[in-house]
Design a protein around this ligand. Structure first.
Ligand code: AKG
Length: 311
């Protein structure tokens, strides 16, 4: 059974009248002593000061947030990602939500999420699979393709405009980059098996022969045709900015943590520029493919020239 609270209090509280008339036998000094007038005067002043500091802090946080969000993002601030929804999809297979994520200003680079459908990725792999050959690199003196240990993948070129599906992908690339289809080389499909990689290099030519048709390579769209369980990231070792700001940082391999990296995801694509806006070469576009640690990586590069490229 519950007893009433007032009853409880009456039973345990002393009578105030009796208390007033009685003097305690033993008084403890800290119980009876009143706060000194000078000390109590300081309390409101201290509280006021604290309040003032707090207001200052809040104002500072609000102000710095406004500067960060309203002002032009710093060229080196890769934490300022931009998002934009792309609505149209004219290709093969199921359309998924597409958006663009700017990941770096130097080099200029962005990720086009879900740029290709699963069906398109599988289609390109199917076209390339029977024709894969050991990848080569361009000799910077002769301009000829040569076998080299710096690139251990295999690959094949698909002629520009190879078929309807390839054409629709090429048109999508042209729409997204503003670089005309005619400036593009044929798609280059790449396969990296366990341990295979491509050491950091430039996509622009260092020889005088290759730019004769179409001029320099000014930009690359690198499409991922598969996921990779571990490793296989595309790394930009000389990218400026906070490289660990990417949301996928914790999933990266040791090689990938040496620069700004993108983890392959089927259907995603990276656009990066080998030239600065003034059309001079951009050395910060140095990039490589980290070794595959688990799984197989399929990617597909579209290199785009400054001028029309004759196929
Ligand atoms: O596959 C990659 O991640 C990079 C490919 C590449 O750098 C190239 O083909 O030039």
């Amino acid at each position: 059974m519950f007893r009433s609270r007032s009853k409880d209090r009456a039973a345990t509280s002393p009578d105030p009248a009796t208390m007033a008339s009685k003097k305690p036998k033993h008084s403890r000094t800290h119980n009876t002593k009143k706060p000194s007038p000078s000390r109590s005067k300081h309390v409101p002043a201290l509280l006021l000061m604290l309040l003032f500091v707090l207001i200052l802090l809040v104002a500072f946080v609000i102000f710095s947030h406004q500067v960060r969000t309203k002002g032009t993002p710093s060229a080196k601030d890769i934490t300022s990602f931009l998002h934009k929804t792309v609505k149209s999809f004219d290709g093969l297979g199921e359309k998924e939500q597409q958006w663009t994520e700017v990941i770096s200003w130097e080099p200029r680079a962005a990720v086009f999420h879900n740029f290709l459908s699963r069906e398109e990725c599988e289609y390109l792999i199917g076209l390339a699979k029977p024709r894969m050959e050991k990848s080569e690199v361009v000799d910077s003196t002769t301009g000829k393709s040569v076998d080299s240990g710096v690139r251990t993948s295999s690959g094949t070129f698909l002629t520009r405009g190879h078929d309807k599906i390839v054409r629709s992908i090429e048109e999508r690339i042209a729409k997204s980059t503003f670089i005309p289809v005619e400036h593009g080389e044929g798609l280059h499909v790449l396969r990296y098996e366990l341990g295979q990689m491509y050491e950091p290099h430039f996509d622009y030519f260092l020889d005088e022969f290759n730019p004769k048709n179409g001029g320099q390579r000014m930009a690359t769209v690198l499409m991922y045709l598969s996921d990779v369980e571990e490793g296989g990231e595309t790394v930009f070792p000389d990218a400026k900015g906070n490289i660990s700001a990417v949301p996928w940082w914790n999933e990266l391999s040791e090689c990938a943590k040496k620069g700004l990296s993108v983890k392959p995801k089927m259907g995603d694509a990276i656009l990066f520029w080998s030239m600065k806006p003034d059309a001079t070469l951009d050395p910060s576009s140095l990039h490589g493919a980290c070794p595959v640690i688990k799984g197989t990586k399929w990617s597909c590069a579209k290199w785009m020239r400054v001028n029309e490229y004759q196929v």
